[in-house]
Structures are given as C-alpha cells and as structure tokens.
Design a protein around this ligand. Structure first.
Ligand code: TA6
Length: 279
C-alpha cells in the first residue's frame, strides 16, 4: 500500500522553533518560536483539501477579494503546491524551504495565463522570512494579478493590541460600503468588526500584545498595501470554519499588492517579500 504523499512540511531550527507548511495552498499553519505558537488557526479549520485553511498564512493569488472567474481570493490557497526544495539548514543555522506553483488545466480554466510562482521561506531564530517571485513565462501575453499574504496572528485579546504604521494612510472600509477614509490615529486599536484595505502603507508595522505579551514587527517590500481584518462577533458566527468565540484571539494584518494590480510583461518577474519578527 503506497503511503499517501505527505501534505505537511516542517522546518525545525531547534530550540522548539519550527514552521509548518501544508502543501494545500502552501499555507503556513504553524510558526512556533521557543515553543510559543505565533499564528492563529481556527479550531474549526477544514483540512479536506477543498477550501482554504482558516488561519495561518493563506497565499492569496491571482485575485484579492471577490472574483468573477473563480473563488474569492483566487485559487493559489486552495490547490496543492510542490515542495521545490526540501528544508535545508543554511550556514547561518537558519532553515529554508522553497515551494512552487505553476499554471495547470485547473488554473487556466479560470485564468488563462501561464505563470510560475516560487515561495521561499526562511526560518530564523525569532523571524520568519517570505520571498515570493511571480514569473510570466509567456512570449507575448501580459497579465495582471493581486498578491497577498493573509496572515492570522494569534493574540490573547485583540482589544489590547495596538497597531502602528497606518497613520495618514487612506483606507477602503469594507464595513462602510467600501468608502475611502484617512487614518487619523498613530496607533490603531480594534474594538469592532474591522475590514480595511490601507493603501500605500509604510514598510513596517508593529502589533503589540501578541502572544506572551510580545510585539510582532511586520516588514514588507513591494507590498504597498496592508489589510486589517477581524470578523468580530457577528462575522465569526457567519463563518462555518471559525468558532463563534474565537474572534478575540486573532488579528489579520495582511501585506499585499491589492489596491492596484501588478502588471507583468512577458518574460518578466515580480518579487515581493515579508519579514515577521517576534520582539
Ligand atoms: O482579508 C480580509 C478579507 O478580505 C475579509 O473581507 C474576509 O472575507 C476575509 O478576507 C476572509 O475571507 P475568506 O474568503 O478566507 O473567508
């Protein structure tokens, strides 16, 4: 009896510092720093290989949000990726692995373009690095896409988190008919249903009061936008794969290129990266 192909890849740096990736959507489903989990995954998350995993870091491509051609947030987070390079310890002691996704009959049935996605993760002592490359192998087709890392941070109580790096930015408020406002606060706190696409945000955000009372630094490159989301009480109840009582224990702060699409000419590549650091 052939063993089922593995769907889970673990990078182990030692000292109980690990990152676990489910090949379904190349979804990071766990990041433990000295045995402390940094990411939120719903107790009701589905791992049936059909829908996106509710939590961790779903990979959003080629569409952010509603899409006439396919599922919300695109197809990358609901298809199986390839482990391109198995976990490998670098001279620095860090551990890296590379995942890839390319077009298929399934993807072309929704979005008729060839593409090559490579997704490199590097696990450092208290940091997780993400390097993404989107390549257009076509000779004559230009395509456009959104790209976003839909990160669910685990927090003891979202109402006690403070988020910096949004002051002065315009944002699309999806809780208020997608009207555009400007953020007047130096420090943003969440005390209600929040679903905002902040535009042209700084490269760095800090979230206070994540797990163990620590801070999380988020640094992003070529991700001009930052999405902030918490479904709150009513929204949690509407999500079948999200516990009614789980909303206080998560905050999504998502680095992305979503306000405007990336336009990729034939034979060219787009690169973006993110660094998460426990402070
Ligand atoms: O990133 C915020 C958001 O776009 C919200 O509007 C909410 O829909 C969330 O994504 C989760 O979307 P999902 O398709 O994973 O249920």
């Amino acid at each position: 009896m052939m063993a089922a192909p593995t769907s889970v890849v673990v990078l182990d740096r030692g000292n109980n510092t690990t990152v676990t990736i489910n090949l379904h959507g190349a979804t990071v489903v766990s990041w433990r720093v000295n045995n402390q989990e940094q990411l939120f995954v719903s107790k009701q998350a589905q791992f049936d290989g059909k829908k996106a995993i509710r939590g961790g870091i779903p990979f959003v491509f080629p569409q952010f949000g509603q899409w006439n051609y396919g599922p919300q947030h695109g197809f990358a987070r609901i298809i199986r990726w390839t482990l391109e390079k198995s976990p490998d310890r670098l001279p620095s002691g860090d551990v890296e692995a590379v995942f890839s996704l390319m077009d298929s009959d399934f993807t072309r049935s929704m979005w008729n373009f060839p593409f090559r996605l490579t997704y490199r993760l590097i696990l450092r002592e208290k940091e997780l690095h993400f390097n993404i490359c989107v390549y257009n192998p076509s000779k004559d087709l230009t395509f456009s896409f959104n790209l976003l890392l839909h990160t669910y941070f685990k927090v003891p109580d979202v109402r006690r988190c403070q988020i910096t790096g949004l002051h002065g930015c315009t944002f699309i408020d999806k809780t208020r008919d997608s009207t555009i406002y400007q953020e007047g606060r130096d420090v943003v706190q969440i005390s209600e249903w929040t679903d905002r696409i902040y535009q042209n945000t700084p490269q760095e955000h800090i979230i206070t009061n994540v797990v163990s009372g620590r801070k999380m630094r988020v640094q992003k490159y070529n991700f001009p936008d930052t999405v902030l989301w918490n479904p709150w009480e009513a929204g949690a109840k509407e999500l079948a794969d999200f516990g009614d009582d789980e909303y206080p224990n998560m905050v999504c702060l998502e680095a992305g290129h979503v306000s405007s699409p990336v336009i990729l000419l034939p034979g060219t590549a787009f690169e973006a990266s993110q660094i998460l650091q426990v402070m």
